[in-house]
Ligand binder design. Structure first.
Ligand SMILES: [Zn+2]
Length: 235
């Protein structure tokens, strides 16, 4: 099972870059946590250096990572320069990166460029969170927070960006991206119908929903049939 350390830059009394009411600390917390949720859905374990708008020093972030045993450390940031002058994404590794961090950085960079950001390339930097972490480490700068076009992309294409970063990480882990099923119940009921456990799924489709109720005798019968089926598969 892959285990990653996610680091959302800044937070608390350090907002990171700010522009027109936006704070880097908020942007990267929200986006990073959404990427973490997608990866957890794929069975990847994610530990996070912060999960709220709180101050965490660079040393505390590195210490947190050093206490664990992670396959990768990924730090989420947004860039800033002079307002409305620079644009695009860049992904950093520490100086002289190993194959793992370089491979991950290249995958993340190209997937974000695929969403529409300008390609500023994979770069190296002597950043503390890259230098003093044990796991292969990358730091992503997801567009410039002081560039209106980058912000338009960042907010309008949020779902695509989440999928791009999650997909790149999964690919580096050798895992395939699986779309989230919009019709999980329908698909599950089809499986039961195909295997003769249920005759018609309509009652369940309508009533096995939040706020609705299933009759006890129906639920009991379904459980019995499922148990029978599982037993029959085991013999
Ligand atoms: Zn930052």
């Amino acid at each position: 099972m892959a285990r990653l350390c996610f680091d959302y830059g800044h937070g608390g009394n350090d907002p990171g870059a700010v522009y027109k009411g936006r704070k880097e600390a908020d942007d990267v917390l929200s986006l990073g946590r959404a990427v973490a949720a997608v990866l957890r859905r794929h069975g990847v374990i994610i530990d996070e250096t912060r999960t709220a708008d709180v101050s965490v020093s660079l040393k505390a972030r590195c210490d947190f990572e050093n206490k664990g045993s992670f396959d990768y450390f990924i730090s989420f940031h947004r860039n800033a320069f002079k307002p409305e002058t620079a644009a695009g994404v860049e992904t950093y590794t520490y100086l002289n990166p190993g194959a793992k961090s370089k491979g991950l950085a290249e995958k993340i960079q190209s997937s974000l460029v695929g969403v529409g950001f300008a390609n500023r390339g994979v770069k190296t930097a002597n950043y503390q969170v890259l230098r003093e972490t044990k796991a292969p480490a990358v730091l992503i700068e997801i567009g410039f927070i002081d560039n209106s076009q980058d912000n338009a992309l960042f907010y309008a294409k949020r779902d695509e960006i989440i999928k791009a970063v999650a997909g790149a990480i999964l690919s580096q882990l050798g895992l395939a991206y699986i779309e989230e099923s919009q019709n999980g119940l329908e698909e599950a009921l089809e499986v039961l119908v195909r295997n003769g456990i249920l005759k018609s799924p309509e009652y369940w489709l309508e009533n096995a929903r939040p706020g609705k109720t299933i009759k006890g005798e129906y639920a009991g019968l379904l459980i019995e049939r499922m148990a029978e089926y599982i037993s029959s598969q085991q013999h």
